[in-house]
Design a protein around this ligand. Structure first.
Ligand code: PGA
Length: 249
């Protein structure tokens, strides 16, 4: 049985005190949730070890990690450092990392492998930009992101991974994918995984939808058979909205 997951990507938002208050509020509401979805939060690096001390049921993710173990990489944070701070998941391949920081599929594959080798669970993001969808290339783009980004992994590795489909045109725009568009792509992704790995890997994979997901539209997205939860940006910055999405299950 695959897991239902709702993960909050805080991006570069909240100062430490605000972040701690938000984490405390999420933990409190998580304890009263009406759904069995796993709740994950991804605060900025600076908040991680403090937030770790404030949460019990809520799980902790980073938003990125380095592609190298240690050494002369000024400004980078390695997967082992994240694990040492109590982090369990790491978001990799977010479209903002791809577009603003030039992270390509090959680099992401290196990060995924290093993260897994340190025991971190990658939340691997994929998704097309608007022109790619309008020119009918969206399935090919997402397939390539998955084929290269998850290349060389075993079925055991795949059991530690979560996939997030985030159409770039829906991220932070208020334009949400329709439930049919989300279901269609999630179903395709499951098909790619079945051909790259096997049916069990495909069936067991939690595939989250991300992009302008809110309490008001989450239920119809999550009602689709291949949508196993959400990766939430803007609406994760208010505990009530975020848990509203969790409780939409
Ligand atoms: P959004 O962001 O919910 O603000 O659209 C989603 C994401 O970038 O993960």
């Amino acid at each position: 049985m695959r897991k239902k997951i709702v993960a909050g990507n805080w991006k570069m938002n909240t100062l430490l005190k605000e972040g701690m208050e938000l984490a405390r509020a999420v933990e409190k509401l998580e304890n009263e949730k009406t759904s069995d979805a796993l709740v994950i939060i991804a605060p900025p690096y600076t908040h991680l070890s403090k937030v770790k001390d404030m949460i019990e049921n809520v799980r902790l993710s980073a938003q990125n990690c380095a592609s190298e173990d240690s050494g002369a990489y000024t400004g980078e944070v390695s997967p082992a450092m994240l694990v040492s701070a109590g982090v369990e998941y790491v978001i990799l391949g977010h479209s903002e990392r791809r577009a603003l920081f030039g992270e390509d599929n090959a680099l992401l594959n290196k990060k995924v492998k290093l993260a897994l080798s340190e025991g971190l669970k990658p939340i691997f993001c994929c998704g097309e930009v608007l022109e790619e969808r309008e020119s009918g290339k969206h399935f090919d783009i997402v397939k390539e992101q998955i084929e290269v980004g998850l290349e060389g992994l075993s079925a055991a590795d795949m059991s530690q991974i979560v996939i997030a489909y985030e159409p770039v045109w829906a991220i932070g725009t208020g334009v949400v994918a329709s439930p049919d568009q989300a279901q269609e792509m999630h179903h395709e992704i499951r098909g790619f995984l079945a051909s790259m790995f096997d049916d069990k890997v495909a069936e067991d994979m939690s595939i989250l939808y991300g992009g302008s997901c809110k309490p008001s539209n989450a239920a119809e997205l999550f009602a689709n058979p291949d949508v196993d939860g959400g990766l939430i940006g803007g609406a994760a910055l208010k505990a009530e909205d975020f848990l509203g999405i969790v409780n939409a299950y």
